[in-house]
Design a protein around this ligand. Structure first.
Ligand SMILES: [Zn+2]
Length: 294
C-alpha cells in the first residue's frame, strides 16, 4: 500500500513553564510575501538585501511571515497577547488562533485579559468573529498612546489608511470598556508593560516574571530572525517611525542579550521563542531548544 501525499505540515502549538506560569505560543498562520526586500532593508538596495538573504540560505525574492500569538496562564488569570489576523485573512491560511486554542486546551471564553502590543491588522484582526467579540469574557488593555493615535487619526500615512479603517471597525468599539496602559503599568500580577514605540506610535512589549523566571514578549520590535535582528539598523517597511523603531529595536535586543532572558517575537520562526546573542555586527537569534522544557 502506498501512503498518500499529505502536503505541508507545521508545528502550531508550543507550551512551556515559566516559574508557576504556563506560556503557550500559537501560530495564527503564515503569509507568503514578496521579499525580503523592500519589506526588510527598506533603505538598502534590492541587491544588498537579496545577497544577504542568499548568504543565509534564504530565498532572495519570496518570504514567509508567521504570526505567533502568546497565552500566559498565571494560575489566576489567562492572558492573551494580541488576537491574530482573524476571519479576514482566513482565506490565505491565517486567522487560526481560535481553532487552535481549542487544540491547545483553552476555550476563547476562558480568556480573562487581552493585552495588545499594538493595533496593526495582524494583531487586532481576531478581536471580532461574525460581528461578535471573539473573547466574550475578556478585559481589554491597550497602550494609551497606541489607542489614541489610531482613534484620532492624525498624520496617518497613505499605506496605513487600511489599518486605521480596521482599527475604527474592530478595536474602537471596545474603547468604552477597555483600560489603557502607560509604560511600566501592570497587566496582572507578574506581567508589566514596557514602552517600546517606533514600530507603531504606542507599541508595547510585555515583561513576564514568575518565581524569578523572566521572559519578554516583544511583539514587533524585530520582525525577521535574520534581516532585522542581525541588521537592526536596516529600515523595515511596516515600522511607522523607522528611525525610532531602529533605536528601540537596538535597545530591547541589547537588554534581552545582556540579561540572557528568553523572548517571544510575534514574527519570529515558530515556536517564536528564543534568546538573543550579541555578535560583532549586530545580534543573533538563538531559537529555543530544550532550555525551557528541561
Ligand atoms: Zn505584526
Amino acid at each position: 500500500m502506498t501512503a498518500s501525499m499529505l502536503g505541508v505540515l507545521r508545528p502550531t502549538i508550543y507550551r512551556f513553564k515559566l516559574g508557576a506560569f504556563e506560556v503557550t505560543t500559537i501560530l495564527d498562520g503564515v503569509m507568503l510575501r514578496d521579499g525580503p526586500h523592500p519589506f526588510f532593508g527598506n533603505d538598502q538596495t534590492a541587491e544588498t538585501v537579496q545577497a544577504y538573504a542568499t548568504a543565509h540560505r534564504l530565498p532572495a525574492t519570496k518570504m514567509e511571515n508567521g504570526f505567533a500569538v502568546t497565552l500566559v496562564n498565571t494560575g489566576a488569570e489567562l492572558v492573551l497577547f494580541d488576537t491574530g489576523n482573524g476571519a479576514k485573512r482566513r482565506e490565505i491560511g491565517c486567522g487560526n488562533l481560535r481553532e487552535l486554542m481549542h487544540v491547545a486546551g483553552y476555550a476563547p471564553e476562558q480568556v480573562d485579559v487581552i493585552a495588545f502590543t499594538h493595533c496593526h491588522p495582524d494583531h487586532i484582526g481576531g478581536l471580532v468573529e461574525n460581528g461578535a467579540p471573539t473573547f466574550p469574557n475578556a478585559r481589554y488593555l491597550f497602550g494609551r498612546a497606541e489607542f489614541d493615535y489610531w482613534r484620532k487619526g492624525e498624520n496617518i500615512s497613505e499605506s496605513r489608511q487600511a489599518t486605521r479603517a480596521l482599527f475604527m471597525k474592530v478595536a474602537l468599539p471596545f474603547g468604552e470598556q477597555a483600560a489603557f496602559l502607560e509604560p511600566g503599568n501592570d497587566v496582572v500580577s507578574g506581567i508589566s508593560a514596557v514602552g517600546a514605540h517606533g514600530h507603531s506610535a504606542g507599541h508595547m512589549a510585555y515583561h513576564v516574571e514568575s518565581e524569578g523566571q523572566r521572559l519578554l514578549i516583544w511583539g514587533d520590535i524585530t520582525n525577521h530572525a535574520i534581516m532585522s535582528l542581525q541588521k537592526p539598523e536596516w529600515h523595515v517597511a511596516p515600522d511607522d517611525d523607522k528611525e525610532m523603531a531602529v533605536e528601540i529595536r537596538k535597545r530591547i535586543l541589547d537588554m534581552v542579550a545582556a540579561e540572557q532572558i528568553p523572548a517571544i517575537g510575534y514574527h519570529m520562526p515558530f515556536p517564536s521563542v528564543g534568546y538573543v546573542v550579541k555578535s560583532s555586527t549586530g545580534f543573533r537569534w538563538a531559537p529555543v531548544t530544550y532550555q525551557l522544557t528541561i
